[in-house]
Design a protein around this ligand. Structure first.
Ligand SMILES: N[C@@H](CCC(=O)N[C@@H](CS)C(=O)NCC(=O)O)C(=O)O
Length: 228
């Protein structure tokens, strides 16, 4: 049986974008897992993994951290289950989109909604995140809040690529969702869970895909909630 260590907020909210990628991947593979909450400052619980970030997946004697490595591990270890990528070539292309999502789409999204994450963290975690992220982003929390609106045009520009693709097919992977959809949507699910900040224009055709993916996330969360 699998165990996924994932981030949790003060009321046990599971909003981590990278953990959502792993949640989607486990559900796609139709696997069962135990989901263990880890707070940002609770590095002890995942010390066995030899690093300090979630998600961490444990499968028997195997420990895998990093969302991409987890997806590749699941694909390789459970080849009889539905494929996350649809072949080796598709895996390589999925990795490219995974990197694009994390390194191009995510930064302006972070700058728009990260300020709202503190409301979901206890004091210790909130202090840790505020300090570490202020340092990472090179700006104060107040500055981050003040300029959040400035990042919307860039984010919308990046979304345009998704829009073009989603005009032709309902999911990034084609007629049904696969890891490429989870990789991108996982980041949006984070925003969706921590913030009410409006990311989309009213008549944005990304919305249909977004709605489908959000419903899928809600079904996964409900199933996990029932099992724990
Ligand atoms: N490359 C990793 C990134 C994982 C990551 O950054 N996780 C965040 C939670 S969203 C984390 O554990 N942060 C711990 C910290 O900032 O101390 C992945 O794809 O899984």
């Amino acid at each position: 049986v699998l165990t996924l260590y994932e981030l949790s907020g003060k009321n046990d909210e599971r909003f981590s974008p990278f953990c959502w990628r792993a949640r989607f991947a486990i559900a796609h593979k139709e696997l069962e897992a135990a989901y263990v909450p880890v707070r940002f400052t609770d590095k002890q619980t995942i010390a066995f993994s030899g690093q300090e970030r979630v998600p961490v997946l444990v499968d028997g004697n195997t420990t895998v951290s990093d969302s991409w490595k987890i997806a590749c591990y699941l694909e390789q270890s459970y080849p009889d289950r539905p494929s996350l990528f649809g072949g080796k070539e598709a895996r390589a292309l999925t990795r490219f989109i995974d990197l694009w999502a994390t390194q191009t789409l995510f930064p302006p999204l972070v700058r728009m909604v990260l300020v709202d994450v503190l409301e979901h963290l206890d004091n210790e975690d909130a202090n840790y995140i505020r300090q570490s992220r202020e340092q990472q982003l090179g700006m104060t929390w107040d500055a981050l809040r003040a300029e959040r609106h400035e990042h919307k045009p860039v984010f919308q520009q990046h979304l345009a690529l998704l829009r073009r693709q989603l005009r032709r097919q309902p999911f990034l992977a084609g007629s049904a969702p696969a890891y490429v959809d989870y990789s991108v949507f996982g980041l949006l699910q984070w925003a969706r869970m921590i913030s009410d900040y409006p990311l989309f224009d009213a008549k944005d055709n990304v919305q249909e895909w977004y709605g489908q993916m959000a419903a899928r996330a809600d079904r996964i969360a409900a199933a996990i909630g029932k099992a724990t």
